[in-house]
Design a protein around this ligand. Structure first.
Ligand SMILES: *[C@@H]1O[C@H](CO)[C@@H](O)[C@H](O)[C@H]1NC(C)=O
Length: 227
């Protein structure tokens, strides 16, 4: 189950699933640079200061993708306390339930019509928003959130996080790394529930995006086999 993820991150360091530095020694040097002059010496080229989202291997993914510029993928951001991710959602595309352990996240829509759900902690109400172009919402650090583009056209949104190492935890695949009996107990289910079967069907983190609900697919004429 872990092998494909490890394989992908080795192959493509920019994969949204995990943010690992391509050149950890450079990040370490930027972290400990004695002054801003030393930082500049470590980032000598103008191109060190540009992140081209179109160069990301997931840029043309048919399900959409989370394309991330953070300390790992853009060392110039190391130590500056920010991450910017371009969110590309296909028609009916969604980002499955996830949280960022180390950052508050704002998301601003440019195209599409994206429904977001955010749960801050036990007992607070679920905040639902509709991100049509030029609208922004907030997912405080550690809050669980999900979003789906309900439009039949692709959606583009910009995600900003107040850490250069925000981290992402997709909760469903993560939950399925504990023993089946524990999952079954957590769900309050006994024989009728087969965690292995359900677990196999949970989409991999992949590009960060998947195709969303059956209702949307039907409305937009997306074949059940797609996504
Ligand atoms: C966005 O989607 C919501 C939920 O389906 C809908 O109520 C709203 O009219 C849509 N807005 C636009 C501008 O399409």
């Amino acid at each position: 189950m872990f092998a494909p993820i490890v394989f992908l991150t080795t192959l493509v360091s920019l994969v949204s699933a995990e943010s690992r530095a391509k050149n950890p020694a450079l990040n370490a040097a930027l972290r400990t640079a004695a002054s801003n002059y030393d930082r500049h010496d470590l980032l000598p080229k103008d191109s060190d200061w540009v992140h081209d989202f179109t160069k990301h291997t997931d840029f043309t993914s048919s399900v959409g993708a989370v394309l991330t510029a953070d300390g790992a993928s853009m060392p110039a951001l190391q130590g500056l306390g920010m991450t910017v991710s371009l969110l590309k959602l296909a028609p009916c595309g969604m980002l499955p339930p996830h949280l960022h352990p180390r950052a508050t996240n704002t998301v601003t829509a440019f195209t599409g019509n994206t429904t977001t759900w955010m749960i801050g902690e036990n007992g607070v109400r679920t905040i639902v928003t509709q991100l049509t172009p030029m609208k922004m919402t907030i997912f405080p650090a550690g809050s669980l959130h999900v979003m789906q583009n309900v439009d039949c056209e692709p959606a583009i949104l910009l995600s900003a996080l107040n850490s250069d190492d925000a981290g992402t935890l997709n909760i469903l695949p993560a939950l399925w790394t504990v023993p089946e009996d524990i999952i079954r107990a957590g769900f309050g289910r006994k024989e009728s529930f087969n965690p292995q079967e359900v677990g196999m069907a949970i989409p991999r983190v992949g590009t960060g995006a998947i195709i969303g609900s059956e209702e949307c697919k039907k409305r937009c004429g997306i074949k059940p086999s797609e996504g």
